[in-house]
Write a protein that binds this ligand. Structure first.
Ligand code: ZN
Length: 350
């Protein structure tokens, strides 16, 4: 099986657990802060290793939703020299690249943050004791040149290389950015819409009848189906050769999560399942999903009939999954990986 994530995490794991290091950036610019703690990173190769909570989830930030109600929060953020800004250009976010990528937090000392457009700011919460604010570059903001050693990068390919807490923080920020970009106009009356409540609510400017909108999250189920001895995995044609994963699909209006599990598995594989049991969930801001993980049972020997979404689906034994190379299971930071490894682990417990 392919080593995943890359071995760079071995170096990070050697840092003292829970130690907080606040240090100047390598480029020695005083408006950049690097926050790094040695929280254990995701596993490298061992299928039996598990991370809890799921990647992108967990108590990585104190959201302090009450502060969002304070109208003067932008002034408080800008006046605080400890405020840490995550800078976003469209969906890309400012990070240090290199062997150990991490967030390139910016402070108010940066020229672009001296008089920021309040509508470009989103209060994320308090990260390791510091106020953390998302700053979205756009037409109303000053020009921003990435400092040396930094660049704007998309989260998805970068995420397995990041410290888990920083990946969660960027996923949170990215989800808000995408929603805000898609909510610039009112879907009811068509008026221009503007952010309020520290960027977590969008309200239209129609003075006759104002409409407000909240961040959108699209729930999707993802399920490990087993017949007792084997697991049902499928693959999409666009995936890397040999990659198989658990069955997943969006929840439809009028469905419970359990309804969606039964329907999706039947539609995609022709297999009837029973007894869906919740496992865990994972934010997945690509663009706006919440993956809700289940385990479910099927009758032994259930025939498979793939639908339009899957190129192939098969029953795999534990030995086949553990064997070198086939199937190539999903990346270790995905909930699918967790569902599969939980099932593999259950053999040793039974
Ligand atoms: Zn409206």
């Amino acid at each position: 099986m392919t080593a995943f994530p890359p071995a760079t995490h071995a170096t990070q794991a050697s840092h003292p657990t829970a130690a907080l290091l606040l240090r100047q950036a390598p480029c020695d610019l005083n408006f950049i802060r690097v926050l790094y703690n040695g929280t254990a990173p995701p596993p490298e190769t061992a299928l039996m290793d598990q991370i809890r909570p799921n990647f992108f989830a967990g108590p990585y930030i104190d959201r302090r939703a009450d502060v969002r109600e304070e109208a003067d929060w932008p002034a408080a953020a800008v006046s605080d020299p400890q405020t840490l800004y995550i800078v976003a250009r469209d969906t890309a976010q400012l990070v240090y690249t290199g062997p150990q990528p991490r967030i390139a937090f910016v402070t108010r000392e940066h020229p672009a943050l001296r008089e920021p457009d309040p509508h470009a700011l989103v209060l994320l919460g308090w990260y390791k004791g510091a106020r953390c604010v998302l700053y979205e570059l756009g037409p109303g903001t000053q020009a921003f040149d990435p400092p040396p050693g930094t660049s704007f990068e998309e989260l998805r390919p970068l995420s397995p290389l990041l410290p888990a807490e920083q990946a969660g923080l960027l996923a949170y920020a990215r989800a808000l950015t995408i929603w805000r970009k898609r909510q610039r106009f009112c879907g009811v009356c068509g008026f221009t819409a503007l952010p309020e409540r520290a960027g977590h609510v969008i309200r239209c400017t129609n003075e006759t009848e104002s409409h407000e909108f909240f961040p959108r999250i699209d729930p999707a189920i993802i399920v490990l189906v087993t017949d007792g001895e084997r697991a049902l995995l499928g693959r999409q044609a666009s995936w890397p050769p040999g990659r198989y994963s658990t069955i997943a699909g969006f929840v439809e209006p009028g469905e419970s999560l359990e309804d969606a599990v039964l329907r999706e598995v039947l539609e995609e594989t022709g297999v009837t399942v029973t007894n869906p049991r919740y496992d865990s969930s994972q934010p997945w801001p690509f663009p706006s999903s919440l993956m809700i993980g289940f385990q479910a049972q099927a009758e032994r020997g259930s025939p498979i009939r793939t639908g339009e979404e899957l190129e192939d689906a098969r029953w795999f034994t534990r030995a086949q999954i553990r064997s070198d190379g086939l199937p190539l299971v999903p990346p270790s930071h995905s909930i699918s990986y967790r569902l599969i490894t939980t099932w593999l682990e259950s053999e040793r417990q039974s």
